[in-house]
Design a protein around this ligand. Structure first.
Ligand SMILES: Nc1nc2c(ncn2[C@@H]2O[C@H](COP(=O)(O)OP(=O)(O)O)[C@@H](O)[C@H]2O)c(=O)[nH]1
Ligand SMILES: [Mg+2]
Length: 293
């Protein structure tokens, strides 16, 4: 009998959740940013480990917030936590233990979890051991504690062996060939959003979204039309940039990521449109797919 189950990946914004999943699946699917709060929705990333299937659920970070869009994001994380076979809690090695304590409180169903100490390439081995000792006071709470660095590690097995151990015996839930249940157009959207995070500073990326208007998959080329949605006209100016340099850079960066994933040429056409205050009211958020109860 094979093992198969859902594993939610939880931790504060910027803990390294999306990076870890891209690394485990060996393909760039989830968007990554050095800025916090880039991931907005849940996303399934499927990793086969020997004969077993792990369905990882990438989530936005756990954080305190008043903003409506961030409330949606927090809800996404909490839902994923309440509805899985196992949680991976990611704690950057330099973080205070209080983030973990806050997570324990939010884990209402006491779902089993592994504690992953991430980004250990930032510190010495002694510091890693010290941190592990500090967490030991909660050893009855977690199943295992595993130090990781995606910049240094060479094998996935250390993590996947332990993950699989805690999954139920179950037939595969998805075709073992697929890497994600996300639609290709949603991945394209995330790549464009990621490029906006990389190229545009300040708060603007947080008040920006992307709508994919059209994807035409031809034999040798994908033709994609997408609209970047901003909140006000000054932001539109920033996204376009002087002589349209900013939007050209965003388009080029996104195209490179898309072509790398699909292995095909991509023709990407970007538009910019203003949707006044879309992050500030429920209707505006709903129109862009962020449904708040
Ligand atoms: N040095 C180092 N940086 C990392 C590691 N994992 C993630 N990062 C960086 O941390 C930042 C946040 O990563 P991301 O995956 O977007 O975090 P998320 O918000 O939890 O999904 C990015 O700039 C990553 O490149 C790691 O193991 N080592
Ligand atoms: Mg993320």
């Amino acid at each position: 009998m094979t093992k198969c189950g859902y594993v939610s990946v939880i931790g504060r914004p910027n803990a390294g959740k999306s990076s870890l999943l891209n690394w485990l699946v060996g393909e760039k699917i989830a968007m990554v940013s050095h800025k916090a709060n880039a991931t907005r929705k849940r996303s399934n990333i499927i990793v086969m480990h020997e004969n077993d299937q792990v369905i990882f659920v990438d989530t936005p970070g756990l954080h305190e917030t008043e903003k409506l869009l961030n409330q949606f994001m927090l809800d996404e994380a909490l839902k994923a936590m309440g509805d899985c076979d196992l949680i991976l809690f990611l704690a950057p090695v330099t973080d205070k233990i209080s983030h973990y304590e806050a997570f324990l409180e939010k884990n209402k169903k006491n779902t089993k979890h592994l504690l992953l100490l991430t980004k250990i390439d930032f510190v010495s081995n002694e510091e890693v051991l010290e941190k592990m000792k500090e967490y030991e006071q909660y050893s009855d709470k977690y199943e295992s504690i595993i130090p990781v660095s995606i910049k240094k590690a060479t094998t996935h097995a250390d993590i996947l062996d332990v993950v699989v151990k805690h999954l139920p015996e179950h037939p595969y839930l998805f075709d073992p060939e697929i890497l994600t249940t996300d639609h290709l157009r949603d991945i394209f959207k995330e790549f464009i959003r990621e490029s906006i995070f990389e190229n545009i500073s300040d708060e603007i990326p947080y008040e920006t979204d992307v709508l994919i208007n059209k994807v035409e998959e031809k034999k040798n080329v994908d033709v994609i039309k997408a609209t970047i949605i901003v909140q006000k006209s000054t932001q539109k100016g920033m996204i376009i940039g002087k002589g349209a340099t900013a939007i050209k850079r965003i388009g080029k960066d996104a195209r490179v990521k898309i072509e790398k994933l699909t292995g095909k040429k991509c023709f990407l056409e970007l538009f910019v449109s203003i949707k006044k205050g879309w992050t500030k009211n429920k209707e505006g958020l709903k129109d862009l797919g962020y449904d708040i109860d």
